[in-house]
Design a protein around this ligand. Structure first.
Ligand code: 5GP
Length: 222
């Protein structure tokens, strides 16, 4: 096992407005970090395109999802865009037991619930595009989005940032993918090294620059 894989278990919560490039960043992180894996969420939404049940999501009917909520099987759950999404408690328990990093690609409501339950083991990261103008440009570039849909997504982005600004510890601006990846790796590593009692000075200084308190969120909160 590499030294990185032996560091203490971490719940890495990654949230972002749609259009921030979070999915690509998350895949690059998992592929390049020993001991890191995706948390596979459950959802009531329909399977899309090439998605596979049990790989991309556990696709559940609303009835089964509700029964699992009642049975206490979710570590967190939330309604997002009219569908239900949730993280299985067993995923969280496995990473805390076995070590490694579980990456949660979840919305800010869910991230807040994970932070409430496992504050010491959770690292919360908000991924942002360089500016609201750049997000609008990216959304308009997707030929599938109508004018109304773009406006709705921009408003949703502002709500998401406002919520995250109250809770999340780190902000990573996804200007260049390689730079954003380096910062995310440093944020994750600095936390695990710190908790293992063996701080990583280089990762720690990169992570410090990503603290939310250092980010200028004003263009998003206007
Ligand atoms: P999509 O349907 O496009 O895959 O995801 C829609 C939104 O749901 C994204 O913002 C994603 O981060 C969020 N999401 C996915 N899984 C979960 C989950 O388990 N819990 C919560 N709270 N949000 C989730």
């Amino acid at each position: 096992m590499s030294s990185e894989a032996r560091l203490p278990g971490q719940l890495l919560v990654l949230s972002a407005p749609s259009g921030a490039g979070k999915t690509t960043l998350a895949h690059r992180f998992v592929d390049s970090t020993p001991g890191a894996r995706f948390s596979v969420s459950a959802t009531t939404r329909a399977l899309r395109g090439t998605e596979r049940d049990g790989v991309d999501y556990h696709f559940l009917s609303p009835e089964v999802f509700a029964a699992r909520v009642v049975a206490g099987e979710f570590a967190e759950w939330a309604e997002v865009h009219g569908q239900f999404y949730g993280t299985l408690r067993s995923t969280v328990e496995a990473v805390l037991r076995d070590g490694g990093v579980a990456l949660f690609d979840i919305d800010v409501q869910g991230g807040g619930q994970i932070l409430d339950r496992w504050p010491a083991q959770t690292v919360s990261v908000l991924v942002l595009p360089p500016s609201p103008q750049e997000l609008e440009r990216r959304l308009r570039g997707r030929s599938t989005e109508s004018d109304e849909a773009v406006r709705a997504r921009l408003a949703a982005a502002q709500r998401e940032v406002a919520l995250a600004a109250a809770r999340y510890r780190y902000v990573i601006v996804n200007d260049r993918l390689e730079d954003a990846l380096e910062r995310l790796r440093a944020v994750s590593r600095a936390d695990r090294a710190e908790r293992s009692g063996c701080p990583d000075i280089r990762a720690g200084s990169i992570a410090e620059n990503c603290l939310r308190s250092r980010a200028d969120l004003s263009p998003w909160l206007a």
